[in-house]
Design a protein around this ligand. Structure first.
Ligand SMILES: [Zn+2]
Length: 353
């Protein structure tokens, strides 16, 4: 129903040559369904076709309810044309599924570290570039084969999946879905896109990894061995981060779930610990903090030590990561924004995506 209302308001705005307002849309949605004051649930158990349908309905509400959009709800209709066409397209494919999930999480972007101008540009970028997300393409760089085999090793490694299970156990209560998540059913989907700062996001039994920042990273002038080690450790961080989101959403049967918005689940007794970012909690368990591997590459990392850590992780051996010994950059918790996906938000280069 949200799609039809969006369509009517959008067409009226085009006819009148007026900007589109998410506030007007939200007011209409609230009038129609006053009982729905929260984000809409997107059941994890939905089949793919239903998932796309529900995700589209829900993502509209996510954008409308985003506090930053509420503050500045008007967008020129020309920036929303692709978004409008997307909502009205009934296609069901891996591509549309990936784009729907991206937009579902993009609508929840928390913007307190950004100024008004940056926020506006960021949302326009989402609306203009989401359709560049393309899962069906050939990655010809050999590193992607390495990543694929690392991924397979990780999801079969008990010491790796234990980190995620432990993180989730600390968040959800025994009232939540008692089914055990089957790590073997998890798929890794590489996608191409115009987003250079978006690392990845998660979906139903899938983690999505953007090849763009990886390809960009491989271009920097750094010794090959160092570059590969950093790329692999960052990939492991990303798999850990995104997989923990998959498992949390599976446990709470809601693909529209994001860690800072667990209030409804707390009320229902499904969650007993409110965390800022579940992916970050998992990262902390392995790396003692959120390591910015890309920034670390500008320093002189302790390559021998990092190689040994990489080796231990891939061989299922315990890792007691020593940040100082590794000589890596840790991002302080207060500088981490809460996203439904893994994105690196640096002030300057971000807005080129
Ligand atoms: Zn996350």
């Amino acid at each position: 129903m949200s799609i039809q209302i969006f369509e009517r308001i959008f067409n009226q705005c085009v006819d009148r040559d007026e900007p589109f307002s998410f506030q007007i849309l939200l007011d209409e949605l609230n009038q129609l369904t006053p009982e729905k004051t929260e984000k809409l649930l997107v059941p994890y158990t939905s089949d793919e076709m239903t998932l796309i349908k529900i995700a589209k309905e829900s993502l509209i509400r996510n954008f409308c309810m985003n506090p930053a959009i509420k503050e500045s709800p008007k967008f020129n209709t020309c920036f929303l044309k692709k978004f409008f066409d997307f909502l009205n397209n009934d296609e069901c494919s891996e591509r549309i599924l990936a784009q729907s999930l991206f937009l579902l999480h993009a609508g929840k972007t928390e913007c307190h570290l950004l100024n008004k101008y940056e926020i506006e540009l960021m949302f326009i970028n989402y609306f203009e570039q989401f359709d560049s997300i393309e899962p069906d393409f050939n990655t010809n760089h050999p590193i992607f084969n390495d990543f694929l085999s690392i991924f397979k090793t990780l999801i079969q490694s008990l010491s790796f999946t234990d980190i995620i299970d432990k993180t989730i156990r600390e968040i959800v209560s025994s009232k939540s879905n008692s089914d055990v998540f089957e790590y073997q059913s998890l798929k890794l989907i590489f996608f191409n896109s115009n987003f250079t700062c978006l690392y990845g996001f998660s979906g139903k039994d899938r983690i999505y990894v953007n090849i763009r920042p990886i390809v960009e990273f491989l271009k920097i002038s750094l010794g090959e061995k160092e570059k590969m080690t950093i790329a692999k450790l960052n990939f492991i961080r990303l798999v850990l981060h995104e997989t923990s989101h998959v498992v949390l959403r599976f446990k709470l049967n809601d693909l529209n779930l994001s860690s800072p918005f667990l209030d409804e689940h707390i009320k229902r007794g499904n969650v007993y610990k409110k965390v800022k970012e579940c992916g970050f909690e998992a990262e902390k368990k392995l790396f003692k903090g959120h390591i910015d591997w890309k920034l670390s590459s500008y320093k002189k990392i302790n390559l021998d030590y990092c190689l040994q850590v990489l080796d231990n992780i891939l061989n299922g051996l315990p890792v007691d990561f020593d940040i100082e010994r590794a000589n890596v950059v840790v991002i302080p918790e207060e500088n981490i924004q809460s996203f439904g996906f893994s994105i690196s938000f640096k002030r300057q280069p971000l807005f080129l995506f």
